[in-house]
Design a protein around this ligand. Structure first.
Ligand SMILES: C[S@@+](CC[C@H](N)C(=O)[O-])C[C@H]1O[C@@H](n2cnc3c(N)ncnc32)[C@H](O)[C@@H]1O
Length: 409
């Protein structure tokens, strides 16, 4: 996809102001990029895309940008200081979007008018006169780098650092493999799995053929793995924690009698829209996993549990800022309870599939070990861990964990 380019310094201040607002809401307010981008002043579509691109490229490079800023001034700029935010945005534009120096300076300084203008001008001048890193140079926040090096090793942590600055490809799921193959041939994509197509250059999705007709939906290849673990002969399948429904669509397309449960009405509205667009069917259940009990057990249950989502850092780099050890521990504790609840709804001889888009073992492997220690009627049939670096040459995959458990008959 062609990245949005600024039209000129005088036209670009609104976009930078919007990018500053997004960055501030993510870094100081702990919001996701998606929610941070809502509700600001209305911008022209070009400026809106540019603001998102600048904020996104900044978040992908935060540790690297901070190291540059700290090396260029003796003054200690707090993490949430406006001067640091504006410098981060300006440097990211130069490194990742090739914005010329004069445009950077002209659009950065109005953001600190009446404030630390001289400081920002000085630091930016020093940095722009020196050698800046290449766009392909990535770094993870220190705490994440240490954690992932400790659990997965240096190679995986380095692969994650490289992946965070790379635009991920666009993965699409199809109702049938024949449709996937026909689409791949027509659009220059590659099919890496049943009913899957990967497009290397992410294009605006609405411009791709078949969008309006619901011939496909966007789904990272990793997150297609859990539904692939559901046995073909499972008649009734429950997708617990289903919304917005990528896995529900897969399960329904595979021909199972599908129920989709979630506690969030607003997210279920998106699931309903996805079913309507693709013409696929599922019974919708609005309920909390922790209080639900079905009238009769299911042949298979998929629990795609809420998690730290650290595996999705390529599309949502801000997850690495939010996923503190405390949040990861709270999330793991909840997953343990959700698993125990979902395990009751599987018929003897049936299948329970557990999944998280997390790169934290405490939300994946360790949850399954703890579950099996408590539930002697379950056994582990298979588990799959996707780490950064997998399929790197073809564009990589999100970090992921999924396990298939079988209930004794
Ligand atoms: C990882 S997302 C699910 C993504 C979805 N499976 C897909 O493929 O599109 C987790 C979902 O769990 C739901 N959720 C979280 N806690 C829940 C609970 N206690 N009961 C029911 N749903 C819950 C959230 O509303 C959210 O939609």
């Amino acid at each position: 996809m062609k990245r949005p380019q600024p039209r000129g310094p005088e036209a670009g201040v609104d976009a930078r102001r919007a990018a500053l607002r997004i960055l501030d809401r993510v870094v100081r307010g702990g919001q996701t990029m998606e929610s941070a981008a809502q509700g600001g002043p209305t911008l022209e579509p070009n400026d809106q895309s540019l603001a998102l691109a600048i904020a996104g490229e900044t978040l992908r490079r935060l540790p690297l940008l901070d190291r540059l800023i700290d090396g260029a001034t003796r003054q200690i700029l707090p993490d949430d200081a406006k001067s640091r935010m504006v410098l981060r945005l300006a440097l990211a534009q130069r490194i990742a979007l090739s914005v010329p120096d004069h445009a950077l300076v002209a659009t950065a300084l109005p953001l600190v008018e009446g404030g630390p203008r001289r400081l920002v001008h000085g630091v930016l001048g020093t940095l722009l006169r020196g050698q800046l890193p290449d766009a392909s140079e990535g770094a993870l926040p220190d705490a994440v780098m240490q954690r992932w090096t400790a659990v997965w090793g240096q190679q995986v942590a380095d692969a994650a650092a490289a992946a965070i600055v790379r635009r991920p490809p666009l993965d699409l799921s199809f109702r049938s493999h024949d449709e996937a193959l026909a689409f791949a041939a027509a659009e220059g994509g590659t099919s890496l799995a049943d009913r899957h197509v990967r497009l290397a250059d992410a294009r605006p999705v609405t411009s791709l053929p078949g969008f309006a007709e619901g011939r496909w939906w966007i789904q990272d290849l990793s997150s297609t793995l859990p539904a692939r673990m559901i046995p073909a002969d499972a008649a009734r399948v429950l997708d617990a924690c289903a919304a917005p429904g990528g896995k529900t669509l897969q399960i329904s397309a595979a021909g199972h009698d599908t129920a989709a449960l979630d506690r969030s009405e607003s997210r279920l509205a998106r699931l309903r829209a996805n079913l309507a667009r693709t013409g696929l069917k599922a019974h919708i259940v609005t309920a909390d996993v922790l209080g639900y009990m079905p009238d009769e057990p299911y042949d298979a249950v998929l629990l795609d549990a809420p998690c730290s989502a650290t595996g999705t850092f390529r599309r949502h780099p801000e997850v690495l800022l939010r996923a503190s050890p405390r949040i990861i521990a709270e999330s793991a504790e909840l997953q343990g309870r959700l698993l125990l609840a979902a395990a009751q709804w599987v018929r003897p001889g049936g299948t329970l599939v557990y999944a998280v888009c997390s790169l934290e073992p405490s939300e994946g492997e360790e949850r399954i070990t703890a579950f099996l220690a408590e539930q002697s009627d379950y056994s582990l049939a298979e588990q799959r861990r996707v780490l950064p670096g997998e399929l790197e040459e073809q564009g990589g995959m999100d970090g992921f964990f999924t396990a298939r458990l079988v209930r004794g008959g």
